[in-house]
Design a protein around this ligand. Structure first.
Ligand SMILES: Nc1ncnc2c1ncn2[C@@H]1O[C@H](COP(=O)(O)OP(=O)(O)O)[C@@H](O)[C@H]1O
Ligand SMILES: [Mg+2]
Length: 250
């Protein structure tokens, strides 16, 4: 059962068709990767899914309803979260406070805050702590967010995404710019989230994609050129020609 699917989703920038009639579906609870060379349209696809961009044409169906054209705050409210954008981390606030704010901001409604009971706040704090546990930052909860390493910053960005208790999590190159050791930690982290969240992952490190994904969609010049389980993708001559280059099947 797909949680989200697109139907001939298209985004043009003038003459350039960045996302070209993309039809794909992501099953609830699965980790679905999107791969393809630079400029293939992967991030634009995410921008459409999160409402940052309105599609030129086509549909996005999330949980049975057409959400194409819904603005970002509406999309966030539906339970679609994105990580690894330039997220708003407040460097002087503690890690916990950063996550707390994200959890608090994504509550159903701001209305009635004045009379809301204090236990609502502790509920949010519990959620924030649980999320820090999920990303392995609970021991650093009290440290200022500006004082942590680059890899930990990424973990925090992930925590901020998770704080909203998303139904769909979009990860755009979570390991980009990380050291090999930090990459390993991030891969472990994402593997742990697998199955508990529905995840769409954009990632260049092909070994990571092959080992973690339930399904892989391959984009090339805006179009989907292949989709399948990792082994199928690895075998596909078209994919290898377009993207994988020297990547050898075992
Ligand atoms: N806001 C924009 N305006 C104009 N062109 C854009 C915009 N965003 C992306 N593009 C173009 O769309 C194409 C796909 O970009 P992108 O989705 O970022 O690819 P990827 O994430 O796969 O590297 C590229 O040619 C890029 O230059
Ligand atoms: Mg990109």
């Amino acid at each position: 059962m797909p949680l989200v699917r697109t139907e001939r989703l298209t985004k043009s920038f003038g003459a350039l068709v960045a996302v070209d009639a993309v039809t794909f579906a992501v099953d609830e609870g699965s980790l679905h990767s999107v791969i393809g060379p630079n400029g293939a349209g992967k991030t634009t696809l995410f921008n459409l899914l999160t409402g940052q961009l309105a599609p030129t044409s086509g549909r996005i169906v999330f949980d049975g309803r057409d959400i194409a054209g819904t603005p970002p705050h509406g999309i966030a409210r539906l339970g679609i979260a994105r990580s690894f954008q330039r997220t708003s981390i407040f460097p002087t606030l503690s890690i916990l406070d950063n996550v707390w704010l994200a959890a608090f901001a994504r509550q159903r409604s701001w209305r009635g805050l004045a009379w809301r009971r204090a236990d609502r706040y502790s509920e949010v704090a519990e959620r924030a702590m649980a999320v820090l546990g999920e990303v392995g930052l609970e021991e650093k909860a009290g440290e200022p967010a500006g004082a942590i390493s680059h890899g930990e910053q990424r973990q925090l960005e992930l925590a901020i995404g998770l704080a909203a208790a998303p139904r769909l999590l979009l990860l755009d190159e979570p390991a980009a710019g990380l050291s090999p050791e930090e990459t390993k930690r991030m891969v472990t982290l994402v593997s742990k989230l697998k199955g508990r969240y529905t995840i769409i992952l954009i990632e260049h490190k092909i070994d990571v994609v092959m080992s973690m994904s339930d399904r892989i969609s391959v984009m090339h010049f805006g179009s989907l050129i292949a989709e399948g389980a990792p082994a199928e993708i690895q075998r596909s001559p078209e994919v290898r020609r377009a993207y994988l280059g020297g990547f050898a099947a075992p």
